[in-house]
Design a protein around this ligand. Sequence first.
Ligand SMILES: C[S@@+](CC[C@H](N)C(=O)[O-])C[C@H]1O[C@@H](n2cnc3c(N)ncnc32)[C@H](O)[C@@H]1O
Length: 289
Amino acid sequence: MTDPVTSLAEHYRRQCGSELDPHFHGEAWLREAFLAVPREHFVPDRVWWPQRGADGQYPLMDRTRRPRQWLKAVYRPGAPLITQIEDGAVLPEAPAGSDAFTSSISCARVVVTMLRHLGPQPGETVLEIGTGTGYSTALLCHRLGDEAVTSIEVDAGLAATAAHNLKGLGLSPRLVTGDGTYGYAARAPYDRHISTACVQRVPTTWLQQIRAVGRILTPLTTPLGTDALLTLTTDNAGGATGQLLTAVNFMLLRSQRRRQPWKELGWPRLADFHVRIDHDGQHIGVPPP
Ligand SMILES: C[S@@+](CC[C@H](N)C(=O)[O-])C[C@H]1O[C@@H](n2cnc3c(N)ncnc32)[C@H](O)[C@@H]1O
């Protein structure tokens, strides 16, 4: 008997690709990569849905017991799936009460948006922080070739599973188990750097390991109740400038879990946001630093 997941997966992938159409922004390579890489291959058999059910618990999606529900969840464009809670202390055996999510496969829409802003070009190298399941690593391999991709995961169990997932598709990027806060000097400099874990402060080592003029893309915590995607372009003097692109939500880089005061992170006070209302509408801004 044919596995219902295998026979339906391509159909759901195409459907999800169509729904993501505006997010590809006409980038053919990105659409091709999305359609070529089987997202379901990277999703564990049991994952948690990211919203609480009526019982107040995060429901468990089980590939074996409810294959169609699991596969639909895999290809919901806006749904991340939780693959680890409390660094693995909560086992994926039942719905979960804890919201201390420590790893996920990011939702397809955010993965595509991040890769579009990263804009990797053939011939370039990339360093990824947060291998997770290995899904976004596989998309990078599709674009750049395995040799150009380095990915670091801090959690040894997740790193081993990602290595297995990638190998299963015949992919062999350089995978490193360790703390991505320090980047990976052995293969520096890189043309592009992407983090799939959120920072409060961009580690200076990331800037040092990027070619001038290179790009860094990372989620950044903000005092406005959401994280935001930050893009930075490095200069020739060891610095970088950039902007916030869009609201996202990510788990914190493990080494930066202890919250720091916003002021120490360089954020303006809320009182520094200026609001003006005139006949053109409402305008909100902060003076540049
Ligand atoms: C949103 S998940 C990764 C999603 C992944 N790109 C995928 O496609 O499945 C973020 C990952 O960052 C990892 N992480 C957190 N802190 C880290 C650190 N200091 N160094 C490397 N990885 C880290 C977490 O363990 C987690 O697996």
